[in-house]
Design a protein around this ligand. Structure first.
Ligand code: FAD
Ligand code: SF4
Ligand code: SF4
Length: 478
């Protein structure tokens, strides 16, 4: 009988790829995890119990065929593992790196629930596609046959790029517009290199370019070209512009120099990584070197800021969050990484105001957790008389993002938006009530995840293809 390659979770312990020591990694922007060696990937994949109803798969936004590609990896049939993996995911190596797996696939793995430690799904997914790139298995995108329809995609983030990929494979003429000088959206200018090295993103952009996707960069839709002009030039339009309006801080002194938005700070750091000249980095405005840094917020953006500040050589880095560790929105894995690298978390702390201009400190109000609100989450309440000042000469605001007012910016009142300002689009197709206008990613969901943007982009592209085919059939019948 053939040797059973799977179900090894009782004998084989969970083992992540080697993580570089905090001492070593906190001086550079390279990724912190090494790649699995072939044997280790096969061993870790073999831990999967091949569930009949795989909860990992149902909790993956792309419904990746996880048990099957784990089995192929365990059997050393890596090329087949790659074929399966890329069939449902446009950028598996990116998701393998940056999905919050503890909340998605791995958090729902049954062997995790039974106390054996989850299968390392993300690390195996990354390994499979990195290996495919290395061994030349990632093929060029070749359209099945050229089609006459053209689509304008506004926004070159994961939502827009995933849609461009599906459309171009089907032969559609695709033009992607973006206001930045490089494509990739937040994968390029938001997420730091220590989570996602930039050549991994650029390699995908170049693959799309070689396939004939046209990129019009440095093009702010609403300023450099109107939304109406884009609609006039294409048969359908995808709005995938993400969410960029920074939630602001109030309180006395909030306008002082030295208090900066998280995305400006992270973008500057990523640009330096690309070798760009960044004046605000060089003049110290967006550079933490030699500074006492306080980051305000408890989400993933805040985690990226504190860890960037450590790498830039800050003298101290503190993160203020108004709830406690158990109630923070950021990934616990990222908090642990930040702590290892020397970040101090000041839980249950709310900024009340700021001293100095340029800033010299944050006035902190201590909080406690009160009764649960309607959502079941405990609301933070101030503790009277507990104020103190936290020294700071760089304060980074990482309180989240909201959508820009697209109907106003684009002079298009008919673009339907929700009361939160996100674009109102149909679930599963991204279709809006404006004819031939679709939307995908954060601009529909609010600040979310790369994997959801990919899912939306793919769904919208498939809905467009269906609509083109239906329109074609109608014309033929007339
Ligand atoms: P974006 O990636 O935001 O792309 C939108 C693009 O549209 C941008 O390139 C922008 O320049 C362009 N654009 C906007 N308006 C216009 C206009 N008027 N004209 C032309 N172009 C325009 N998610 C994860 O899954 N894992 C993580 O670890 C993670 N870390 C994150 C860290 C940070 C700091 C941030 C801010 C987000 C993080 N996210 C993470 C969230 C993730 O990056 C987003 O959910 C995802 O990028 C959304 O994709 P998108 O395509 O909808 O939009
Ligand atoms: Fe898990 Fe994300 Fe990969 Fe899905 S795409 S299997 S959620 S890492
Ligand atoms: Fe394998 Fe875990 Fe998915 Fe079950 S839930 S199929 S054990 S990865």
């Amino acid at each position: 009988m053939a040797k059973q390659p799977m179900l090894k979770f009782v004998d084989v312990a969970r083992d992540m790829p080697v993580k570089r020591s905090a001492q070593e990694r906190s001086h550079d922007f390279d990724e912190i995890y090494a790649e699995y060696a072939d044997a280790k990937a096969a061993e870790q994949a073999s831990r999967c119990s091949q569930c009949g109803v795989p909860y990992c798969q149902s909790h993956c936004p792309l419904h990746n065929n996880i048990p099957d590609w784990l089995q192929m990896t365990a059997m050393g049939r890596l090329k087949e593992a790659y074929e399966l993996s890329q069939a449902t995911n446009t950028f598996p190596e990116i998701c393998g790196r940056i999905c919050p797996q503890d909340r998605l696939c791995e958090g729902n793995c049954v062997i995790e629930q039974s106390g054996h430690g989850t299968v390392t799904i993300g690390a195996v997914e990354k390994y499979i596609t990195d290996t495919a790139w290395e061994r030349g298995w990632v093929e060029e995108i070749v359209p099945r046959a050229e089609r006459g329809e053209s689509v304008g995609v506004i926004g070159a983030g994961p939502g827009g790029l995933a849609a461009a990929d599906v459309l171009r494979r089907a032969g559609v003429q695709v033009t992607v517009y973006d206001r930045h000088d490089r494509a990739g959206g937040l994968m390029t200018y938001g997420i730091p290199g220590f989570k996602l090295e930039k050549d991994v993103v650029m390699r995908r952009v170049e693959q799309l370019e070689r396939a004939g996707v046209k990129f019009v960069l440095n093009c702010n839709v609403g300023e450099d070209i109107s939304f109406q002009a884009i609609r006039g030039q294409h048969d359908a339009v995808l709005v995938a512009t993400g969410v960029y309006k920074t939630r602001d801080l109030g309180g006395p002194g909030a306008g002082a120099a030295g208090i900066v938005p998280a995305l400006d700070y992270l973008t500057a750091s990523n640009r330096i990584g690309f070798g760009d000249e960044v004046e605000e980095f060089d003049n110290g405005t967006l550079n933490a070197k030699g500074k006492k840094v306080v980051v305000i917020g408890g989400g993933d953006t805040a985690m990226d800021c504190v860890r960037t500040a450590i790498r830039q050589g800050a003298t101290s880095v503190k993160c203020l969050y108004r709830r406690d560790r158990a109630n923070m929105p950021g990934s616990q894995r990222e908090v642990a990484n930040a702590e290892e690298e020397g970040v101090k978390f000041v839980w249950l702390s709310n900024p009340k105001g700021f001293t100095g201009d340029p800033v010299t400190g944050v006035k902190v109000q201590k909080m406690r957790l009160g009764e649960p609100d309607a959502t079941g989450r405990q609301s933070p309440e101030p503790i009277e008389g507990s104020d103190y000042t936290e020294d700071a000469d760089l304060v980074i605001k990482a309180l989240g993002f909201e959508p820009e007012d697209l109907p106003a910016l684009w002079g298009e009142d008919a673009l339907p938006v929700t009361r939160w300002g996100t674009v109102l689009a149909e679930f599963n197709s991204g279709a809006t009530s404006l004819p031939d206008v679709y939307a995908a990613g954060d601009i529909v969901r609010g600040a979310s995840l790369v994997v959801w943007a990919i899912r939306d982009g793919r769904d919208a592209a498939n809905a467009m293809l269906k609509a083109f085919d239906e329109q074609g059939a109608q014309v033929a019948a007339e």
